[in-house]
Design a protein around this ligand. Structure first.
Ligand code: FAD
Length: 406
């Protein structure tokens, strides 16, 4: 049965020709085989939190794994989970088993297959994006083959499959590297932007996770940190006795203590659009200075929201936006009731000057021609894609623009 699809922010709407919610891997296989035979496209969809048109298909079938969630198995510090698991439920399931994912992004509404398909990330110098937590996975390829990819099976495909935009197949199962569960303390502090930038390296190095929001209208920042609950807070850069002076300074506030999956993600009720680019960390200071200058000079009156700065550890995943480099990210958010395109395009021009790579799931305007030089293993990914999906079952026009040079 077909029904209109609307993504979380409301900027992506379309009506696929069909919608399927398979109950198991056999049903996924049948869908793929039927689509291949009839020349229809299939797009796997998670929770619909991406605002780039990765899942759009006007004449194809949208496949949701909403009926295929939950923890399948655990052994030591590995947990095997179904692709349709939502992060929130997954966090609870792992917690009950005494386990936790090592890091998470800012929300937990996404599905695990959807989040890892775009390289969803949190913050912290020592943490890669969520795709780096994927040790093994199983997917139904464009030929209907059920393929296990791991350190011992089809290993050559692992750096392609851990972050694949749903272009290699439908990911039905993932084995994650997990940790014994533990508690984190979330704290926040308000400070002028200059102070935050001056102390950024120290803030990043002395906290497990650190990020900050910059508010263009006030030129203030909100610094957010997460540390293990048992770690002393004394002596950290932002401990109260060291944050002194006049002006709009706040005492650091403790917001929450709790298990990782309830402390890292936040609730988001206000809807927003977002562009986020991943920069080589060494390019961040100059890039941020230019972003700030442009926003203050050109966009301050129309930018109603904040800019978020985070870090991601380097990895070796071919389409990861942190491939081969320690990464600092800049995300510009805009309330959905306001226009975003002129602002975001202006920011994209700056990000590109500094070697930025776009977040796959957020707004950007790049196509394969501009993307290819940004990813050293681009051609290897495309070769893997053609091998696993020779007839383009998963290749909608939007994906073709993204992955195939005209
Ligand atoms: C409020 C909000 C907060 C966010 N916070 C962050 C953040 O902190 N950090 C960050 O990096 N990003 C963040 N994002 C972006 C978001 O994490 C990504 O867009 C993510 O991919 C969305 O996951 P999803 O389950 O909604 O997948 P969808 O958006 O539905 O799909 C994303 C991609 O996954 C593919 N896919 C889905 N399921 C499967 C499957 N079973 N097999 C194969 N491919 C599949 C789709 O084809 C598509 O290419 C945020 C987005 C929103 C709206």
């Amino acid at each position: 049965m077909s029904r209109p699809f609307v993504n979380w922010s409301g900027s992506l709407t379309f009506t696929p020709s069909g919608y399927a919610e398979p109950a198991d891997e056999d049903e996924v296989r049948e869908l793929v085989l039927r689509a291949r035979e009839s020349g229809t496209t299939l797009r796997p969809v998670g929770s619909g939190h991406s605002s780039s048109p990765l899942v759009r298909t006007d004449d194809g079938i949208l496949v949701s794994l909403d009926r295929m969630g939950g923890v399948v198995d655990q052994a030591g510090e590995r947990a095997t989970v179904r692709g349709g698991s939502r992060l929130k439920a997954l966090g609870e399931g792992l917690y009950e088993a005494g386990l936790a994912m090592d890091n998470l992004g800012d929300v937990d509404y996404q599905s695990i297959a959807g989040a890892t398909a775009t390289g969803t990330h949190g913050t912290g110098l020592g943490f890669g994006n969520l795709s780096t937590q994927v040790a093994e996975l199983r997917l139904v390829t464009g030929t209907g083959e059920v393929l296990d990819v791991s350190a011992t099976r089809n290993t050559d495909l692992l750096p392609a499959a851990r972050l694949s935009l749903g272009a290699l197949g439908v990911v039905t199962q993932l084995t994650l590297d997990v940790q014994p569960r533990y508690e984190l303390r979330r704290m926040a502090l308000c400070a002028p932007i200059e102070w935050t930038l001056d102390h950024l390296a120290e803030l990043q190095h002395t906290n497990r996770n650190m990020d900050f929001y910059w508010y263009p209208r006030s030129d203030l920042t909100q610094i957010r940190t997460l540390n293990r609950a048992e770690d002393p807070i004394e002596g950290r850069m932002w401990a109260p006795r060291r944050v002194v002076g006049s002006g709009p300074w706040n005492e650091p506030r403790e917001l929450k203590i709790g298990p990782t999956h309830r402390t890292i993600p936040q609730d988001r009720t206000l809807r927003f659009e977002e562009i986020e680019y991943m920069l080589p960390s060494e390019a961040f200071p100059a890039c941020f200075a230019e972003v700030r200058r442009r926003i203050l000079n050109r966009h301050r009156r129309t930018v109603a929201w904040r800019v978020l700065v985070r870090t991601i550890a380097a990895d070796d995943i071919w389409l990861s936006n942190a491939y081969g480099r320690s990464t600092t990210t800049i995300a510009c958010l805009q309330n959905t009731s306001l226009p975003y395109e002129e602002y975001f395009r202006d920011m994209e021009a700056v990000f590109r000057q500094y070697g930025g790579r776009p977040h796959w799931g957020k707004k950007h305007w790049l196509t394969a021609r501009e993307l290819r030089p940004l990813f050293p293993r681009w051609d290897d990914f495309q070769a893997a894609r053609r091998r696993l999906d020779p007839d383009g079952v998963f290749l909608t026009p939007d994906l073709a623009r993204l992955l195939e040079e005209a």
